[in-house]
Write a protein that binds this ligand. Structure first.
Ligand SMILES: N=C(N)NCCCC(=O)O
Ligand SMILES: [Zn+2]
Ligand SMILES: [Zn+2]
Length: 322
């Protein structure tokens, strides 16, 4: 017995009964202690095309009802190895992006305390305040950014805080360790070739979607592990890193993406790195079909939680499989 409070038992209470928390885990107020907090941030005022990611957290929680307690790919029972809770949703201003970012910077950090956050978005603007909160605790972090898009553009309509700009701002603010940054899954048209030059100048490496196909999962994992080493690591997953066939429910879809199998296997390859937090962004359920995208996002979040459950935390005893 781990002493941790786990999900509602699907053998006693059918999966579809009751309000949805992530993986049917307890709410934070029901436990009062957490190693890992799954936190929703319903916000999509930073998008440049199709809106709707504000409904992402609710859709991911619904899809997560089917998750089970043992992760065979990582050989861990994440909810036994760590106290994982659902932290609910942050309430942020939909009419004022700067105010929303301020709220997330303050409240995400305060809520987390010594726990690690896995955030369900919400649009990719949110990764900036989440990285602020992360860097305030760990210093500049390594970043693996899974996305079709660079998200290192400068501004849209003169506005610096959008879902296409968070990682440029994060570099400018000194939140990232610029020796340990990599995008994975990049593809699709850019505004200009200079986008790539700027991106490289900020310190990012790129593993394209085509690289994943040509090199394969194991070689990509080796490259990523070499880049991040044992630095504190943040993993940001924009669900549009997946091909629209695997994730139609998103605001800026691009053809030629990864499969959910490839993404999950790459994440599992990160076992043993020093993950300190992560997010799953850009799920927009209105464009989804049969919950394909929400299901993929729920599994990505489960893998991030599982990796965190395996990562020794300061002040916590090292975790084992059960
Ligand atoms: N972060 C996401 N999903 N998309 C950024 C796309 C920015 C653009 O409209 O060019
Ligand atoms: Zn994207
Ligand atoms: Zn993005």
């Amino acid at each position: 017995m781990s002493g941790n409070i786990g999900p509602v038992d699907a053998g006693r209470v059918p999966r579809y009964v009751g309000p949805a928390t992530f993986a049917r885990l307890p709410r934070i107020d029901q436990v009062g202690r957490a190693d890992v907090i799954v936190l929703g941030i319903p916000f999509d005022s930073g998008v440049s095309f199709r809106p709707g990611a504000r409904f992402g957290p609710a859709a991911i929680r619904e899809a997560s009802r089917l998750l089970r307690p043992y992760h065979p790919g990582l050989d861990v029972e994440p909810f036994a190895a760590a106290q994982v809770v659902d932290g609910g949703d942050l309430a942020v201003n939909p009419f004022d992006i700067a105010a929303a970012i301020d709220t997330v910077t303050r409240e995400a950090g305060a809520l987390a305390g010594d726990a690690a956050l896995v955030v369900l978005g919400g649009d990719h603007t949110l990764s900036l305040p989440l990285l602020r909160a992360t860097a305030a605790r760990h210093g500049p972090v390594a970043l693996l950014h899974f996305d079709a898009h660079l998200d290192t553009w400068d501004s849209y309509f003169g506005v610096p805080y959008t879902h296409g700009t968070p990682f440029r701002r994060a570099v400018e603010e000194g939140l990232l360790d610029t020796d340990a940054l990599c995008h994975v899954g990049i593809r699709g048209p850019l505004y200009a070739k200079a986008d790539l030059d700027n991106d490289a100048r900020f310190g990012f490496g790129i593993v394209t979607s085509a690289d994943v196909m040509r090199l394969g999962v194991d070689a990509v994992v080796a490259r990523l592990r070499e880049r991040v080493g044992d630095r504190p690591l943040y993993v940001s997953v924009d669900i549009d890193v997946l091909d629209p066939a695997h994730a139609p429910g998103t605001g800026t879809p691009e053809a030629g993406g990864m499969t959910s199998r490839e993404l999950l296997e790459i994440l599992r390859g990160l076992r043993g790195t020093r993950l300190v937090g992560g997010d799953v962004m850009e799920v927009a359920p209105a464009y989804d079909h049969a919950g394909i995208t929400a299901t993929a996002a729920a599994h990505v979040a489960y893998d991030l939680v599982s990796l965190l459950a395996l990562t020794p935390r300061a002040g916590a005893a090292p975790t084992t499989g059960t």
